[in-house]
Design a binder for this molecule. Structure first.
Ligand SMILES: *[C@@H]1O[C@H](CO)[C@@H](O)[C@H](O)[C@H]1NC(C)=O
Ligand SMILES: *[C@@H]1O[C@H](CO)[C@@H](O)[C@H](O)[C@H]1NC(C)=O
Ligand SMILES: *[C@@H]1O[C@H](CO)[C@@H](O)[C@H](O)[C@H]1NC(C)=O
Length: 423
């Protein structure tokens, strides 16, 4: 099992290729499928074009090719192979837990049935599909918690549907503040999803009559983020779960809620405003530091911790609120991935790798196992709901189910088995 440190040098450098599509002029991040649907038509003809950066004589040098010597296999290094026999019997569109907007088969997305016909093949090993029945037997009397944003819910639903297919008797309930959860009764295995966007607690803040240091700096309203206080939806869950899978990332580069001018993130530590005020990227570092140490202090002594890396978005031709779309029906080539996600290119979806830089920095010295799903998912521009689900704008952030998050769960189970095998 590779630890955070092993993964640190995992990223490949990419050739700095000029962007063929307009570069967004805004760092806006797609947050809510519902909030700005009405604006999309107005924006759909609005595109900015930015001159592509010149080819750099130097490749990015901060990442190298160091291979972790104790890693069994680098599951993130591989390619998607078309395999018509793969996939479709894991579960289908009738699984009730699938959120409507993610049910691409049910919504007749043109390539919905092909999405699961691509199989991830790591270069130096295989990533087998996990066997749900064996999983239920092996992890009898175990509680598994997904803690994070809607992308972690997407992964939770994938696991639920896969298990439900082989073991139908479930109790639906909400353990320890969970948004949703199920116990598979025959095996007493519980899985739950705890909703939290930032991991840390946050809420609306506005200027008070008594005044204060933020007021004196001219802030009128925003969101107070307590970097050292976990959100209530999961704080108690650590004494319940035996296996935990965390994520955060999508809300940090997201001024549609946390607009840097109208409703900025205002960070607090020990109940006081952090002075001078810090940008979200620095706030993310503080939150990760506090939250990982909180988890390490409060977890069950035998708990197994995972942190999932950032899930890539695939907006092309603009960001989510600028008519960006994801109409591809095949995975990207390695070259296309390089163009779309290179940090040097600073394209629409650049936050994918930026978030990961923060995660790796925070997790390096922690006991968390890194679940690196980024690289494999970067190829899958074909696997988002896009316009399926009846929205006026494209969802190029969440994943169709069944789909890519099924492979994330294969990876999760492979890692978990490795860890259990060691103990
Ligand atoms: C990246 O692009 C965004 C939006 O186009 C811009 O605001 C930001 O300054 C750029 N960052 C860098 C490092 O060039
Ligand atoms: C999908 O196609 C089927 C069969 O043509 C149709 O009955 C159904 O209404 C369609 N669903 C949506 C959401 O368009
Ligand atoms: C189910 O598993 C939990 C541990 O997760 C255990 O405390 C409980 O006793 C088990 N229930 C039964 C009926 O075995």
């Amino acid at each position: 099992m590779a630890t955070a440190a092993d993964h640190h040098h995992r990223h490949r450098s990419h050739r700095n290729i000029p962007l063929p599509f307009p570069c967004s002029s805004s760092p806006l991040l797609f947050l809510s499928l519902l909030s700005l649907a009405s604006l999309i038509l107005a924006f759909s003809l609005f595109k900015t074009s930015t001159e592509a950066p010149p080819l750099s004589p130097h490749h990015q040098t901060n990442f190298d090719f160091k291979k972790a010597s104790d890693a069994l296999c680098d599951y993130s290094d591989g390619k998607w192979i078309f395999d018509p026999t793969a996939g479709s019997d894991r579960y289908d569109q009738t699984c009730k837990e699938i959120f409507k907007g993610w049910n691409c088969i049910g919504s007749n997305k043109s390539n919905a049935l092909d999405i699961v016909k691509w199989r991830w093949k790591p270069r130096h090993c295989d990533l087998p599909r996990f066997d749900p029945l064996r999983f239920l037997q092996r992890y009898r009397d175990t509680n598994i918690g997904f803690i994070g944003d809607s992308l972690n819910r997407n992964m939770f639903v994938s696991l639920f549907c896969t298990l439900k297919r082989v073991s139908g008797e479930v109790r639906k309930w909400r353990p320890s503040g969970a948004d949703r959860g199920y116990t598979f009764l025959q095996h007493n295995l519980t899985i739950a999803y705890h909703r939290t966007n930032l991991l840390a607690r946050y809420g609306r803040w506005s200027v008070s009559s008594t005044g204060g240091v933020l007021e004196s700096l001219g802030y009128k309203e925003g969101y107070r983020v307590d970097v050292d206080i976990p959100e209530g939806t999961w704080a108690e869950a650590l004494s319940f779960h035996d296996v935990l899978i965390f994520n955060t990332g999508h809300w940090w580069w997201a001024p549609s809620k946390f607009n840097p001018v109208k409703s900025p993130m205002l960070f607090f530590e020990k109940g006081l405003p952090v002075m001078p005020p810090i940008p979200p990227a620095v706030g993310l570092d503080m939150v990760l530091k506090h939250m990982t140490s909180f988890v390490e202090r409060r977890m069950k002594p035998t708990a197994i911790l995972f942190f999932r890396t950032q899930s890539p978005r695939h907006f092309e031709g603009g960001d989510w609120d600028q008519g960006g779309s994801c109409q591809r029906i095949h995975p990207l080539s390695p070259q296309e991935v390089g163009k779309l996600f290179s940090v040097d290119n600073n394209g629409t979806n650049v936050e994918t790798r930026l978030v990961n830089q923060h995660l790796y920095k925070a997790l390096d010295s922690s006991v968390f196992n890194v679940l690196d799903i980024t690289r494999m998912s970067e190829f899958r521009a074909d696997a988002h709901p896009s316009t399926a689900g009846g929205k006026k704008h494209d969802d190029c952030m969440h994943w169709c189910l069944p789909g890519v998050t099924d492979t994330w769960n294969d990876l999760f189970v492979a890692h978990l088995d490795n860890i259990q095998g060691r103990n």
